[in-house]
Design a protein around this ligand. Sequence first.
Ligand code: UDP
Length: 248
Amino acid sequence: MTETTGAGVQGADKGQMVYEGKAKRVYEGPQPDTYVVVYKDDATAFNGEKRGTIVGKGVINNRISNILFRYLETKGIPTHYLKDLSERETLVRALTIVPVEVVVRNRVAGSMAKRLGLPEGQVLPYPVVEFYYKNDALGDPLVNEGHVTALGWASRAEVAAIQTLALRIGELLGQFFTPRGVALVDFKLEFGRDSAGGIRLADEISPDTCRFWDATSGEKLDKDRFRRDLGGVEEAYAEMLRRVEVQA
Ligand code: UDP
């Protein structure tokens, strides 16, 4: 059935909803081992305390994330991406998600600035990788590699693979964004296991999950405009889509 809403056509064949998150819904896909991800315009921050809508965000994030996932695949990164289904819907491989958010930081910002009492913007001499346990009730606490393995969330080999992939993805995204005039300050990744046991990049890469600063002016072009009530939220997301779509 084709469902047409003011938010756009959402016509892909979908089974049962298996998960509803803050910014996306996940349904069983048309083939075994597939899911359909549907991007919403809903935005939350501060562990759900702040809620709102960013008009058109779902369409923009779906586009940006799929372009980046296809780019990463061409560079040898295994991901969950299979194909675009509609402006808000993407077919992905069903993975078992490792319950850890992997943050890679090129510069000090956000929670790192706060936790360590540092000014935002300080460039790090090499990227710092952090793990956060995905648990809303606990507010996604910072954990280390020992927690991840000892608590059985991932094996040592998987953690090593995740760390290597996260750093390589950071390099590749840097190569993608530098010619587009964007400084990639930090970003969050999620990984999962496929049916063969391989680790693949999952979730999304978008202005919801990255800090993007204009390389010249430092202007924020990401979800911090929503978190910090800076205004121009929709415009920033649209500007990031424009830059991602430029042939650089
Ligand atoms: N991030 C995310 N989801 C989260 C927490 C963080 O996508 O639940 C992203 C965030 O957009 C930023 C990076 O991870 O690009 C680092 O976020 P930080 O730890 O500084 O937390 P914040 O202050 O953004 O909550």
